[in-house]
Ligand binder design. Structure first.
Ligand code: MN3
Length: 265
């Protein structure tokens, strides 16, 4: 099965043995994603904008598009309104819809929380594995993405908090973390994500291709940056570095810290 998760881009070493030995990582943001059947209120989406086609795209399956926790223009100027509308209402919705379609013939899998599906991804049969990896990963990654950002975010995490302590210990401090993460996001070739993720209390920076989730390797994702072109092309075109620099200004560090603490539980 495909294990091309981590093109690590930084000096950070990702030991494959660590992946395999990984045991009980807990995804912090699970609560935000909801479990199958208990989905978020997708009606918020599109309604405000009066776009009928978004209604049509509503999934019939267990997974739902979570509403944005802020308005489409709330992250301006870092992330523009139109990008948010398309990215959330179209791209994210498509991951949800396609995940539900793929699970139609698999009621037992459809009943599982997304986090479990992703963690156990490798055990799934071929066709559904690919769908879960791509669309399940896409759904999960984007759900984390929206909720790790906020208007007037940015800055640094609490200097006395456990997250910064872990960054100091594992990555050489916050500033160094930011450099390594930026580098991972900038140099990742093609579509994918840069991550800050935890495993056994330690924090790691790496990139994944396509929509692969750190959960697939038993890491708890804390902060992910979408470097697919659909995330920034309308405003930044080929200037990925400018997008990354602007994105740092809307990171919700309190949420990232919460996820880290949860991963320790
Ligand atoms: Mn995206």
């Amino acid at each position: 099965m495909t294990m091309d998760l981590t093109r690590k881009s930084s000096g950070e070493k990702l030991d494959r043995r660590t992946f395999l030995a990984a045991g009980g990582s807990v995804l912090a943001a699970g609560v935000l994603l909801g479990s199958p059947g208990g989905g978020a209120d997708e009606k918020n989406d599109g309604k405000k904008d009066g776009k009928k086609e978004e209604k049509k795209a509503d999934p019939t399956g267990p997974h739902k598009l979570p509403p944005l926790p802020y308005s489409h223009d709330a992250l301006e100027p870092s992330i523009d309104k139109m990008t948010m509308e398309i990215h959330h209402g179209k791209h994210h919705q498509a991951y949800v819809t396609n995940l539900n379609k793929a699970l139609e013939a698999h009621p037992a899998l459809a009943a599982k929380p997304l986090e479990d599906l992703l963690r156990e991804c490798r055990k799934l049969p071929g066709a559904v594995l690919t769908a879960v990896q791509n669309h399940g990963g896409g759904h999960h990654n984007h759900s984390l993405f929206w909720t790790s950002l906020k208007p007037n975010g940015g800055g640094e995490p609490d200097s006395k908090g456990k997250l910064v302590e872990a960054m100091r210990h594992e990555l050489g401090g916050f500033k160094r973390f930011q450099e390594v993460f930026t580098d991972a996001a900038l140099k990742h070739f093609g579509s994918g994500w840069a991550w800050l993720a935890a495993h056994d209390g330690k924090v790691h920076v790496f990139a994944t291709g396509n929509q692969d989730s750190p959960l697939m390797q038993n890491f708890s994702p804390l902060l992910g940056l979408d470097v697919w072109e659909h995330a920034y092309y309308l405003k930044y075109q080929n200037r990925r570095a400018d997008y990354i620099a602007a994105w740092w200004k809307v990171v919700d560090w309190e949420e990232v810290e919460r996820r880290y603490l949860k991963s320790l539980a």
